[in-house]
Design a binder for this molecule. Structure first.
Ligand SMILES: [Zn+2]
Ligand SMILES: [Zn+2]
Length: 346
């Protein structure tokens, strides 16, 4: 057997023959980035390569960087390794990294989701010998409902609050989660107000051709309209003066963690909507099996559980020790949850 194509170094995942890193956590010369969430896309690298639809997201989050965009499926050769990027269905511009060297294929998937949504290119399985996977929701209890069901619940909650004269405050990660929620909102219910952090990303999505309903900043909404409105804000805005201006509002949090009993109460919000941008347990198994890989390496989340399950299926499975975090929690609640190994805040 030949030597491993990808290993962990102190800087991050390293493609040995290609001499580049994938989502490194320390500054390096060449970084291939799977997506622009903070724990995967860090500042300080000399050169970035990412999927073309993600270039402007990267720039809006990291400022001026030296970056090249690669169309999905397009191939480049680095030191004899053929590199291509394939849709991961996680957020705008998210990609799996396919590496081929001397007839052997490895795929590093970053974060991914198998259910298609309207805000990014759907996940595509890529055949490989070795598949590097996340396992954020790698426990059999995690099974998502179709997203339309969640959107219906959100719209119903919003309409009920509006009928009672209360604004609806919906908390979720400002990049990805917020735009996905927006794509499912029914503008007939009232104005859609976005926090500045969300609105900045909305613009990047629209510039990339993703349709989102019209959104406004709070200053643009007459006071009389506030009670009919829905407010999209990052979790870090909870309890802030910015949020308090909405008065007697109802609040909710959208995350895969909301499936856990007690998670909503720990968050201190009125409602929890189970909406995740990661694969659920059946989704992880389906994605792994579709690659045809005989060897699987798990990077973050419930590593031990998934590794054991895959080994029981006769696959060669192991974990990588990485510094990736949890983009579904962002700023609270995750450390209190069981079986979330290595969770940290993005
Ligand atoms: Zn992510
Ligand atoms: Zn991740």
């Amino acid at each position: 057997m030949s030597a491993d194509m990808v290993i962990v170094r102190k800087e991050g995942l390293y493609c040995v023959p290609g001499q580049f890193y994938i989502d490194p956590w320390r500054p390096v010369e060449r970084a291939v980035i799977t997506h622009a969430h903070g724990d995967h896309a860090r500042g300080g690298h000399q050169h970035y390569l990412t999927a073309a639809p993600g270039v402007n997201v990267m720039k809006s989050r990291l400022g001026p960087i030296n970056i090249t965009g690669l169309a999905y499926g397009e191939q480049v050769v680095h030191n004899g390794v053929t590199v291509s990027l394939h849709p991961a269905g996680h957020v705008l511009g998210s990609a799996q990294v396919r590496m081929e060297y001397r007839g052997e294929v490895w795929v590093a998937s970053g974060d991914y989701k198998v259910e298609a949504d309207r805000t990014c290119t759907p996940f595509e399985p890529v055949r490989c010998d070795t598949f590097i996977t996340e396992s954020t929701f790698g426990l059999p209890i995690y099974r998502w409902q179709p997203e339309q069901q969640i959107f219906d619940d959100v719209n119903e909650w919003w309409a009920a609050n509006a009928a009672q004269g209360r604004a609806s405050v919906l908390l979720g990660y400002s990049f990805g989660k917020a735009q996905r929620l927006l794509s499912g909102l029914d503008p007939a219910n009232g104005p859609i107000i976005c926090h500045g952090a969300v609105q900045t990303l909305n613009q990047v999505y629209r510039d990339e051709g993703v349709w989102l309903p019209s959104t406004v900043m709070v200053a643009d909404v007459p006071k009389s309209e506030i009670s009919r409105s829905i407010v999209l804000a990052p979790p870090s805005a909870a309890g802030s003066p910015w949020i308090k201006r909405f008065g007697d509002y109802s609040d909710a949090f959208a995350s895969g963690w909301m499936q856990l009993r007690g998670a909503r109460r720990r968050r201190g919000v009125d409602r929890g909507f189970v909406l995740s941008d990661h694969a659920d347990w059946p989704g992880l198994l389906e994605a792994i099996s579709a690659t045809g890989a005989q060897r699987v390496i798990v990077t973050h989340g419930s590593i031990a559980v998934l590794v054991r399950w895959l080994q029981a299926q006769g696959l060669q499975a192991s974990g990588f020790d990485t510094e990736y975090g949890d983009d579904e929690a962002e700023d609270a609640s995750a450390p209190a949850l069981p079986a979330v190994e290595g969770a940290e805040h993005a």
